[in-house]
Write a protein that binds this ligand. Structure first.
Ligand code: MLT
Length: 265
């Protein structure tokens, strides 16, 4: 299904009973909603599950390729309005977490719980901004395949290349199918995002933080720093996983996610 946002159609899917607790999944960069398949399969029996492709990713339109995280937040809040949903559980991985944290800062009344996976609240420092500028240059000059080769090594725990090749292959396909214009635009958006750290203290909904034990992109230290600031937050490390913890160790990830969701009223 598609919904028309500012200058782009956003591809989304809803599954599970409409009467179930609504959960929206926001994927990382530069992936697509299909990365949540192990979680959607599990939860669609009892929950109302919404997943969507962030503007410029998956089957959503690229539009003009000029993005901000504020625009990504407009899109997700617009999708919730379109679906007439409020008080949703929002699950975001990495960039999805940046979007979730800023959406919760802008419209806290829309959310009943947050699940922050392999993400951080801090904005990019100078080093991060310069790295993103280099990546934007690379994707435009060399295309997505070369970018995918380097990026996969950063996001997967080295053992996952032997033990979980299907997950690596599916993420590779999502990266290689991405538009260089959209990827460059998203890199610039992430480089320009705000720092949501000051508002962590004001989060009033139950919050679960999950992070791969071997995540080097958004390391466990970033998750611990968020846990210290979010009142009552719960944190679990996912063993045998890097940055793609939901795909690298879905058993452990899903067990924590389900236990958290069952505690919500
Ligand atoms: C992601 O997985 O969304 C990205 O690695 C996040 C980032 O580059 O900051």
């Amino acid at each position: 299904m598609r919904y028309s946002a500012q200058g782009a159609n956003i591809e989304f899917e809803t599954e599970g009973p409409r009467t179930g607790v609504p959960i929206i999944f926001i994927h990382g960069f530069p992936f697509a909603k299909a990365m949540w398949q192990p979680q959607v399969e599990l939860l669609k029996k009892d929950f109302h599950v919404i997943s969507y492709d962030v503007r410029g990713h998956g089957a959503s339109d690229v539009g003009d390729g000029q993005y901000t995280v504020e625009l990504f937040v407009d899109d997700v809040l617009g999708l919730l309005d379109h679906l007439k949903l409020s008080k949703v559980v929002c699950v975001g991985l990495s960039m999805g977490g940046y979007i979730a944290l800023r959406a919760a800062e802008r419209s806290p009344e829309k959310f009943r719980a947050l699940v922050l996976c392999d993400t951080r609240s801090e904005a990019d420092g100078n080093e991060g901004k310069i790295k993103r500028a280099g990546q934007a240059r690379t994707v435009k000059a060399d295309g997505m395949k070369k970018f995918a080769d380097g990026f996969l090594k950063a996001v997967f725990f080295e053992k996952s290349f032997e033990t979980n090749q299907p997950a690596v292959d599916s993420i590779r396909a999502m990266i290689e199918n991405s538009s260089p214009t959209a990827v460059a635009g998203t890199l610039i958006a992430m480089a320009a995002r705000t720092d949501t750290t000051p508002s962590l203290y004001t989060i009033k909904v139950p919050t679960l933080i999950l992070v791969g034990q071997h995540d080097t992109v958004t390391p466990p230290s970033a998750s611990h720093a968020m846990k210290e600031k979010i009142p009552g937050a719960e944190l679990h490390m996912i063993g045998k996983a890097g940055h793609m913890s939901n795909l690298e160790n879905p058993e452990e990830f899903n067990a924590h996610l389900l236990a958290f969701l069952r505690k919500l009223k």
